[in-house]
Design a protein around this ligand. Structure first.
Ligand SMILES: CC(C)(COP(=O)(O)OP(=O)(O)OC[C@H]1O[C@@H](n2cnc3c(N)ncnc32)[C@H](O)[C@@H]1OP(=O)(O)O)[C@@H](O)C(=O)NCCC(=O)NCCS
Length: 175
């Protein structure tokens, strides 16, 4: 093995045991809003936003866990402002909290007007993923999350409250 590959393998082992900082898996995505993705009012379709939210959140989740991940639930998504035809839609995702085999990713969506440069926060969403073992196809543990900033600690605390609500809801559904 070459020195660079050895160093990468060492880092991966360390991450598996000690965990990974949220910044290591933070992910972003952007695209220009085209007519095929808008409604008759020229606003980006909510379903398209949800699709992009799932993709960018899966990127952050898989980068953290270095594993196949499945979407277990989307427990919160709101649309505060529309994104207009011709604007740029930008998504930022970060792992908020790791549980055992699951983790929560928070996604924020922004619009940017190309002519004025104005940016707006349009959507917030929280998505839970479960890591799946590539051979057994069963849930497998996820590496811990290392928190560095006060913002990351706040997100981590708030994720616990959301998990309580979502698992209570899941138990009710199971009856
Ligand atoms: C998500 C899934 C793997 C959970 O399987 P399961 O047999 O219920 O697993 P378990 O009860 O052992 O729970 C495993 C983890 O999932 C979490 N989980 C399960 N259902 C959940 C839900 N609805 N919301 C949030 N977390 C959930 C559990 O809390 C547990 O997390 P933890 O280990 O961190 O505490 C399974 O329901 C599944 O495969 N669903 C379909 C996923 C899918 O097709 N997604 C869309 C395409 S990617």
């Amino acid at each position: 093995m070459r020195a660079k590959e050895k160093a990468t393998a060492r880092l991966m082992d360390e991450w598996r045991v000690k965990g990974k900082p949220a910044s290591a898996s933070a992910s972003e995505m952007a695209e220009v809003v085209l007519p095929a993705q808008t409604n008759v009012l020229g606003k980006l379709l909510g379903g398209h936003v949800m699709h992009m939210v799932d993709i960018v959140a899966a990127m952050a989740a898989s980068r953290h866990a270095n594993s196949y991940m499945v979407t277990a639930s989307v427990d919160y998504i709101d649309f505060r402002n529309p994104v207009n035809l011709g604007e740029i839609v930008m998504l930022k995702a970060q792992v908020n909290r790791v549980f055992t085999t699951s983790l929560e990713v928070g996604v924020e969506v922004f619009s940017e007007n190309l002519l004025t440069g104005e940016r707006k926060h349009t959507t917030t969403a929280f998505v839970t993923f479960v890591a799946i073992d590539e051979f057994t196809r069963k849930p497998r543990p996820v590496p811990p999350l290392i928190l560095r900033t006060s913002e990351e600690k706040r997100r981590w605390r708030e994720a616990a409250k959301r998990r309580e609500i979502r698992l209570a809801h899941r138990l009710r559904e199971k009856g």
